[in-house]
Ligand binder design. Structure first.
Ligand code: CAA
Length: 258
């Protein structure tokens, strides 16, 4: 499929999606969001793909929702179109892991999109922020909900109320970013990490992701019960037998994703 606002490639068992509207710092216009959804649908349906990397350009991962598209819209436009809900949440429904590789600006919807991914790898130029307050609105793609879960109330509130950006080091300290990598290595390293995940037992990977995400949806006792049931169910897979036998026999496991 050919795309106008993104580039899509596969590297081994990893699907790579590159946001590609550099003239607008990858502002997340509706056609881009639609294409992103199509690309994710394709990777989800492709058995050969085990994980996805979502990245942007050198200057920006994405500088937010498209302000030029939004500016003329009125309340009924956005309400009736269910603006943002439609399409944006596709990342969060992806069963395969999606890793954000962030270089440059991840602002507004760009920061929110990175936070929808399973974890964020960044280079030293990454800057995260929710600057919507400066343009007369508030975050609308989950920023007020996900940012506090990543970095706690105080920092999230400060960022949302002032629009201040966090650099990569602060973002790593605060827990928004899992690791900072050198700029030249960011994409290759993200693909390597995704490739490692893609090489593991697919059912275990899907269950592990589902179980961690449950921590954000439920109380502790219920979450632990959920985890325990999924843990038990891995014992019904051939991959659990193979993985543990391989450990005991001191060899590499040959997972069948069954
Ligand atoms: N929407 C549309 N166009 C954007 C954009 C955006 N979010 N961000 C940047 N651009 C465009 C600029 O208009 C400019 O286009 P022209 O060359 O046609 O003028 C081009 O990208 C380059 O941008 P700048 O000249 O501004 O570049 P800069 O280096 O001077 O500044 C920046 C970079 C600090 C990121 C600045 O572009 C900026 O502040 N962008 C807007 C950030 C923002 O407010 N994001 C939140 C959007 S609202 C939102 O996301 C709602 C939600 O929760 C879903």
């Amino acid at each position: 499929m050919s795309y106008e606002n993104i580039k899509v490639e596969t590297r081994g068992a990893v699907g790579v999606i590159v946001l590609n509207r550099p003239q607008a710092l990858n502002a997340l216009c509706t056609p881009l969001i639609r294409e992103l959804g199509q690309a994710l649908d394709g990777f989800e349906a492709d058995d050969a793909i085990g994980a996805v990397v979502l990245t942007g350009g050198e200057k920006a991962f994405a500088a937010g929702a498209d302000i030029k598209e939004m500016q003329p819209k009125d309340h009924m436009d956005v309400y009736l179109q269910d603006f943002i809900s439609d399409g944006w949440e596709r990342i969060t429904t992806c069963r395969k892991p999606v890793i954000a590789a962030v270089s440059g600006f991840a602002l507004g919807g760009g920061c929110e999109m990175a936070m929808m991914c399973d974890f964020i790898l960044a280079d030293e130029t990454a800057k995260f922020g929710q600057p919507e307050i400066s343009i007369g609105t508030i975050p609308g793609a989950g920023g007020t909900q996900r940012l506090p879960r990543y970095v706690g109330k105080s920092k999230a509130m400060e960022m949302v109320l002032t629009g201040r950006m966090m650099d990569a080091e602060e973002a790593e300290r605060a827990g928004l970013v899992s690791r900072i990598l050198p700029k030249a290595e960011l994409l290759d390293e993200a693909v390597k990490v995704a490739g490692r995940i893609a090489g593991l037992s697919r059912p275990s990977v899907l269950m592990a992701k589902e179980s961690v995400n449950q921590a954000y949806e439920t109380g502790l006792a219920e979450g632990i019960r959920f985890e325990r049931r999924l843990f038990h169910s891995t014992f019904g897979t051939e991959d659990q037998k193979e993985g543990m036998a391989a450990f005991i026999e001191k060899r590499k496991p040959a997972f069948k994703n069954r």
